[in-house]
Design a binder for this molecule. Structure first.
Ligand code: SAM
Length: 252
């Protein structure tokens, strides 16, 4: 499945995630570092959030493309790890796939966590200016046809001093990462999806969507153009070196 087919609507991404939802957690459990890297991405975001005290309004974070809740959990863990008072954080997870949201809702969550089925861009557009403190987009941006609009909306809804973290695969501009990505997808991920009876077209799309996605430089450029500043970028170790990236930035 090409990214172009996804963009032009010949194939429904949300429906594909609905089909993959029952096996999604099992598939990512086979991906070394998946949860640890999400946790690092969430920590990089949480470090930039305000630290409320008793009586203050809670800090609000949007987890766009929350899926089955792995990134939402990473946010809560990062908040707790940085000594944030649990009741003083609210997280709204938003995902276009009802199947993925149902998987997330089946888990135990503390008060202050809300999980909605909605398109990320449409949801952002429904929010007032400067109304949230943080946005996490883990493995989302690559999937959104109008990336410029998504990034612009994220910047618009952030309060001054708020922060965004974009976490995703990116291989453009790095030959070693591109070759590794092709080998891992064709040699491991797509065969495993077949073995686990997950959605094979979705995993083929995973390959092409990453192959065709923005470089890290382009992601940074998008954020800067939307008015997000103080950018910081990290990659990870192991086979995902230069392949999985987190970019964080703040709203002045
Ligand atoms: C690879 S999953 C990542 C889920 C989660 N953030 C995590 O880190 O495990 C990507 C998710 O983005 C969702 N998604 C894709 N396009 C979307 C859009 N335009 N609006 C909302 N969700 C979207 C998919 O339904 C899917 O659940």
């Amino acid at each position: 499945m090409t990214t172009e087919q996804q963009r032009t609507g010949e194939w429904g991404l949300a429906a594909a995630f609905d089909r993959a939802a029952p096996t999604y957690d099992a598939m990512v459990a086979l991906s070394p570092g998946y949860h640890a890297q999400l946790r690092t991405a969430a920590e990089l975001l949480v470090e930039r959030l305000p630290r409320p005290e008793a009586g203050d309004r809670p800090v609000s974070v949007l987890d766009v493309g929350c899926g089955s809740g792995a990134s939402t959990r990473a946010l809560l863990d990062a908040w707790a790890g940085q000594a944030g008072t649990p009741g003083l954080l609210t997280v709204r997870g938003v995902d276009a796939s009802q199947g993925m949201v149902l998987q997330a809702r089946a888990k135990r969550w503390p008060m202050g966590v809300e999980l909605l089925v909605a398109d990320a861009v449409e949801h952002l557009e429904s929010l007032p200016d400067a109304s949230v403190d943080g946005v996490l987009a883990a493995y989302l941006l690559r999937n959104v046809p109008d990336r410029e609009r998504l990034v612009r909306e994220v910047a618009r809804v952030l309060r001054p001093g708020g922060a965004v973290a974009i976490h995703d695969y990116s291989v453009v501009g790095n030959i070693r990462a591109r070759v590794t990505w092709a080998a891992i997808c064709h040699g491991v991920i797509i065969p495993l999806a077949a073995l686990k009876r997950s959605d094979v077209p979705l995993h083929r799309y995973l390959y092409t969507s990453v192959r065709d996605f923005d470089s890290v430089g382009r992601i940074c450029e998008r954020l800067l153009l939307a008015g997000v500043v103080d950018l910081h970028h990290e990659s990870y170790g192991g086979w995902q070196r230069d392949l999985v990236h987190t970019v964080v930035g703040s709203r002045p």
